[in-house]
Design a binder for this molecule. Sequence first.
Ligand code: FES
Ligand SMILES: [Fe+2]
Length: 367
Amino acid sequence: MTNAADFEAEQNALGRVWTFLCFTSDIPKTNDWLRTTLGGKSIFVQRFESGIRAFENRCAHRFFPLRKEEKGNGPVVCGFHHWRYNAEGLALGIPKCEEMFGKTPRELNARLPAVEIDICGTMVFGRFPGGNPVSLREWLGPGWDILGAMVGEPPPRNRIARTVGAHWKLLMEISLDDYHIVAVHPSTFGKDGYLSDKTIYYARFGAHSAYLPGGDAATLEQIRAACAENGFVPTRYRIFQFFPNLIVAFIRATTYLGETYWFALVQQLVPEAHDRTRSVTRFIPVPFKGDAPAWRRIARRHALPWISAGFGFYARKIHLEDNEACEELQKAVGLVDSDPHLAAQELRVRWFEEEYARFSGAGRATD
Ligand code: FES
Ligand SMILES: [Fe+2]
């Protein structure tokens, strides 16, 4: 968290772990692409006729960046000497290839390093090869059914993006900390915090964890089973943190005309430097289940933009409060020379540190 060399080593290791990259709806049309970061490297994710693929964002010829914008549409053609790549990342269109290289493009066999891709519902995950070969489904565990059933396509307007001057781990850990609510969010969560319910239950599954207020050891499996049958209706706040960089919460927005509106909030942390993280949050209305009379469906359609705007206002405020706390913590990371005193409501911070030590090969678990 204090220097570029350690950050590079950490990212190199974590790039081999399944990491949330984007939504399928971010690249809806053939040849749509977006640029992001994985394992400390610039990559681009593109939809081809044959499906979604991702590659390192550097030409195999002389390493010119293939994608210079955040997103766009078009075939993979390098701007430096016009090498053109196919959906397998193989350079098949090489100007004057035989004259310049004495070979055909097939013989030259120049390729872009590929990112392995898998998709859960609307969510695209990727990893570089060379890590634990576990499938995405195994990696997510019960999260596979939950994310697949409960996270839809985010409306473009429901987006909060900010660059935060802090290591990504601080942003993850503040989301795992239910002890800071009263001090950091006094006006949004109220004086009691959202933990006035005394039955705190934390679930740990694989490298991930969840806060399930009012729950017990059976709750996670109940939610998973309901999701698998597509019958899950949220009735309480739930938050799931997927290692390394994904936070998914189900949050009650408001009750209006006798109906309760819920959102799935999806926060993605993109590590950019040891002291800089891009935080991108989307929030997606959870669809109502069952039939409803026409007037109700019309009322919902009219209410939703206003409810989304109100929800976005509070979500932005809470993010900003957390981000400011993380930026303060970042100022102190170089001074730390002892283990923290973790409270019962910070149990999941310890779990996370244990997983971090396991997968990054850099940290060490606090005890
Ligand atoms: S660097 Fe890409 S074609 Fe030369
Ligand atoms: Fe917070």
